[in-house]
Design a protein around this ligand. Structure first.
Ligand SMILES: [Mn+2]
Length: 356
């Protein structure tokens, strides 16, 4: 079933006649339109895309099969006209996206029918990647892998975290990334205990650990990889913690499979680190879905009872963070297969390959 059919089935099944999509990622997912402004209206029969003059030409090329309406007034006025023209009654809106201000304006300009705040009907469909999405994700991951291989050669004591982030970002752009998947994290020495320590002007010294968490966007799709490198020979404690984090990740990667809940997968790594005495040092979820967003469903956390299915793409990223000492995180991107998973990211991660 194609994307639109799945999403239609979802909202029609909830008794809605139409759904209006304002989220840029949903607009892109459902229509292929990559412009920055506009919205979609799906009904049982119709596929309508509204965007402004700037995209007049682009939308015709990208949003194949959609009826294009040029936005010549405010979105609420234009939606009002569409609702009147098609006589729509029960109209869904993405409740996790539309602001109260937008909702009020839409309501005031609604000639008939009723607006309803509904859970985004694309989330379920977007959680399971189709063949086209998997191709794009593989490319986004491949760019990040190449980026890592470059930065591993480039990194040495004396550079600042910012210099490393810039070099990595520039390199990934040059080999095909449309942008970075998020603000690049380069956290060295004691700063590596900050799970989200974005790059600063701190100079990297010999003997320090450096955690680099980065990704590329390729045609809208995000990759997300983390490696912790050692500048010079690691201490016994650094080795020990690195091996434990790697073992926790290996346990998760070897056992993750469709039919398990997200909580069960999270537990694989968490229970191991807990038994090694590092339970309290692993304070975030094991991973998250990646796709048109850098963080999306399914989230691998102890609170998520979602059952994993083939085609889901998630990160697996256990970490141990010790305030004042530093931290280690190892993150790969995987696609769920019928019997387990395929690890998409190929960057090396044995301890010996992390020593510079
Ligand atoms: Mn991540």
């Amino acid at each position: 079933m194609d994307r639109i059919a799945k999403v239609r089935e979802k909202f029609l099944g909830q008794g809605l006649e139409a759904f209006v999509f304002f989220k840029p990622v949903n607009r892109r997912y459902l229509s292929g339109f990559t412009g920055t402004s506009g919205f979609l209206v799906l009904t049982k029969e119709e596929k309508i895309i509204v965007t402004d003059f700037r995209y007049r030409e682009q939308v015709k090329n990208e949003a194949d099969g959609f009826t294009v309406i040029e936005q010549d007034d405010t979105p609420e006025k234009v939606l009002g006209k569409i609702v009147a023209e098609y006589g729509l009654k029960r109209i869904g809106l993405e409740r996790d996206y539309v602001t109260l201000a937008a909702y009020e304006a839409l309501k005031e300009n609604l000639p008939c029918g009723e607006l309803m705040a509904i859970d985004d009907p694309c989330i379920e469909a977007r959680g399971i990647k189709d063949a086209e999405e998997l191709l794009l994700l593989r490319e986004a991951v491949a760019i990040a892998d190449e980026g890592f291989s470059h930065i591993r050669r480039y990194l040495h004591a004396g550079l600042t975290e910012r210099e490393i982030a810039l070099e990595l970002e520039f390199y990934m752009r040059r080999i095909g990334a449309e942008k970075c998947a998020f603000e690049t994290i380069v956290a060295s020495g004691p700063r590596s205990s900050l799970p989200h320590g974005v790059a600063t002007d701190k100079v990297i010294r010999s003997g320090e650990m450096v955690t680099i968490d980065f990704g590329a966007v390729y045609k809208g799709y995000h990759s997300d990889i983390t490696r912790t490198l050692f500048v010079g020979e690691p201490t016994d404690e650094q080795r020990n913690i690195y091996e434990k984090v790697l073992q926790a990740q290996t346990l998760a990667l070897e056992n993750i499979q469709p039919g398990m809940t997200c909580a069960e997968v999270d537990f694989l790594a968490r229970d191991y680190l807990d038994r090694q005495g590092y339970g309290k040092n692993f304070g975030h979820g094991l991973g998250h879905g990646i796709g048109l967003h850098i963080h999306e469903e399914p989230r691998l956390s102890l609170k998520n009872e979602t059952v994993l299915m083939p085609g889901m793409v998630v990160t697996v990223e256990p970490g141990v963070y010790i305030e004042g000492w530093g931290g280690v995180r190892i993150e790969d991107d995987v696609v769920l297969t019928a019997g387990g998973c395929e690890v998409l990211s190929k960057s090396p991660k044995t301890l010996s390959s992390m020593i510079l």
